[in-house]
Design a protein around this ligand. Structure first.
Ligand code: SF4
Length: 353
């Protein structure tokens, strides 16, 4: 599939989301001990007001630096951590507190580190057969063996006899991640949440695992969430991109639209830091560091790093401004009638504050 085939976004096609986040917020309480007494010393604003939709047969990427809140979003969607507020909607139905087991049949998470997610003392057959039994997909030795072979074939680890008795440390990083993906597939999920699935792999095998996920999405019709810090791979792999900064969504839209016409200075920063063979040298507008999420900056959280910051930016949180079809950016420069016109490049010379 070429990038041009992915121009139409699911939202524009009017499809119903398989899984959706509605104003999802997660605050972690921070505690410390003072003279033997535990007291609350702050709140980490890890993710706030996140809206996201995952559609069947499509990849939605969530992109951001470490500390942007992207993994927190994936963990809330996987129901590993409960949201502080907001709602998860599965197939149009709000998800309640119970029925976690039933939810896991339909929504599976692939972790970043395949070595940590596989038990080092158990072989491949154990990991896959256990998943098949837990999700009631196979009973009896013959059915389980056939199920394990089928899962290994799906992730291109063939012949199965070469892999079933191997322990995690006997596999390469790419093979381990394929086993972790096969284990997630044992539930026959309709949604796969992949949290930085290739960031711990050698560069040479990343593309193979991404292509595998793409093939599985097409063959199984799954909705896929791709969490990554690499906006270049999101452009290549995803249909839509949601860019997060310091716990908030700053830009979202079809992946080609967002990466060809970035409308938020932070998206521009990410793109300028991404390797580009056509660019002579990387252009970084203001690297800086991500702010504390215990005391996040007021107004636009990017304002301490933003070369275009205006007085309003430090006092008022920008809403999502429409900058194109299904393309929004939370930046005051995009307010109609102020700063740059919607969809245009950002000003070359930052306005003085
Ligand atoms: Fe920069 Fe202001 Fe836009 Fe934030 S709202 S990205 S500080 S111009």
């Amino acid at each position: 599939m070429t990038t041009q085939d992915r121009v139409t976004s699911p939202a524009r096609s009017g499809a119903t989301a398989v899984l959706a986040a509605r104003d999802l917020t997660k605050h972690f309480k921070v505690h410390r001990k003072v003279r033997g007494t535990t007291i609350r010393s702050g709140v980490v604003h890890a993710a706030e007001d996140i809206n996201l939709e995952l559609h069947a047969g499509k990849v939605a990427a969530v992109v951001g630096e470490s500390g942007s809140g992207k993994t927190t979003v994936a963990r809330m969607l996987a129901r590993l951590i409960p949201p502080t507020s907001g709602q998860i909607v599965l197939n149009g139905e709000p998800v309640g507190r119970g029925h976690v087991h039933d939810y896991r049949h339909r929504v599976q998470l692939v972790f970043q580190d395949p070595f940590a997610s596989l038990n080092p003392v158990h072989d491949v057959r154990y990991h896959l057969s256990r998943a098949l039994k837990v999700h009631h997909k196979a009973r009896g030795r013959e059915a389980v063996d056939a199920g394990v072979a089928d899962l290994l074939a799906k992730v291109k680890l063939e012949p199965a006899s070469q892999f079933v008795r191997k322990l995690p440390h006997e596999l390469s990083g790419g093979q381990r991640q394929r086993v972790a993906i096969a284990r997630a597939l044992a539930a026959e999920p309709s949604v796969l949440l992949a949290d930085e699935p290739v960031s711990m792999l050698d560069v040479s095998i990343r593309i193979g695992v991404l292509n595998l996920l793409g093939e599985l999405r097409d063959a199984e019709g799954m909705a896929l969430l791709y969490v990554t810090h690499d906006i270049a791979s999101a452009r290549y792999f995803a249909d839509t991109v949601t860019v997060m900064y310091a716990g908030r969504v700053v830009e979202s839209g079809p992946s080609l639209e967002v990466t060809d016409h970035p409308s938020h200075p932070y998206t521009q920063l990410l793109l300028s830091a991404a390797p580009d063979p056509d660019r002579a040298s990387p252009v970084v507008i203001n690297a800086g560091t991500i702010p504390s999420l215990i005391n996040p900056p007021s107004g636009c959280r990017f304002h301490p790093r933003c070369p275009y910051a205006m007085p309003i930016c430090s006092t008022q949180t920008p809403p999502d401004f429409e900058v194109g079809a299904d393309h929004t950016a939370a930046c005051w420069l995009r307010q109609v009638g102020q700063g740059s016109p919607a969809g245009s490049p950002l000003p070359a010379d930052p306005p003085s504050c």
